[in-house]
Design a protein around this ligand. Sequence first.
Ligand code: PLP
Length: 380
Amino acid sequence: MPDSVVKLSPAQFRQHFPALDAAPHFASCSQGALSDHLAHTMQQLTASLMKEQAPWGTWMDKVEEYRARSAFYFGAEADQIAVLNCASEAAFQVVTSLDWAGERNQLVTSDLEFPSIGNVWRAQAQAIEVVNVRGLSEALFAENWIPLITERTKLVSVPWVSYVNGTRPDVETIIAHAHSVGARVIVDAYQGAGVVPLDVAQIDCDFMMTGNLKYMLGLPGIASLYVHDPRSTEIPAILTGWFGRVNPFAFNADRIDFPDNARRFEVGAHAIPSAYAGVAGLDMLDRVNPHEIWNHVIELRETLAEELTGLGYSLDQPSDPSHRGPQVAIISDDPERLATELARSGIGTSPRGSRLRLSLHGYSSEQDVKTLVAALAGLR
Ligand SMILES: Cc1ncc(COP(=O)(O)O)c(C=O)c1O
């Protein structure tokens, strides 16, 4: 969308999420709130089936719209985006496109990694030596990655924002060092994309993946993989299918050709309902200025953290605000209990391990924060 289009303020944006006044939503790190636009878009999917019996043309257009809109949102070209079903699949496509034979056979990851991505790395253990940056706090600092990223490193995997506690590692410094020793970098932007501004050209990563259900305001079932240079693939995909072909509609079972763009990483038929939802989420995000949304989130996050600390809650929060993301994490012996109690008042949160994760978006308001703080005060 051109910059000249007037963007919605956070308060105007919130009006597109009609359920929020009755049910404050602090669970965007798990699933974003339902917008009126997403609800309406899902009806369009049903309408497409009522109008045409097998609407493949309409559906493929929707997938292409998802690709183009994702590219625009992240500052990429459409040819640099592969449309996949989940981030684990994206991770697999990337790791198996690289040649791990020889001395350069190490993959550097960290304790900040989401399990399914870390699982994909470790499932390749026959060919790959996985090197781990230990410690949630330690992994925030590039100085703890740099000694482990050497001429033996082929790929570095770093999250844009960690799912554990919403913290943000020094991604750009890690990327700069990795490139200086000839290693590539994949950024898992699943947590944070949609709320923490991200431009792939600016951070200069080689790969970036994200799904659309959380801060991207869509639903599960679709993920985009950004590939800086799709022609630099070292090994053709071993997980492939008709959508990974130059022309999927050539229907040729005995010929495996690969396009020169990121579509070479695609597999079978796309998750069409999720493509509809993904585009609806991207539409919503186009209506706001990402920097305004991020500043709004920072303000609310700081207020929430201050209030909770005042109530005596212990937070898992880095001392340097530049390492803080869109989430405030309470350390608790029983986060499930806290989440259940809050849910009784209609407040959505996300418990994981020993933390209650409270995440903010452009649609969050000061009143939401007050409501949450008052409910948590009653639970001390
Ligand atoms: C950082 C991060 N990466 C990846 C995922 C999801 O991976 P997948 O799409 O494979 O389910 C999540 C959450 O669901 C996440 O928080």
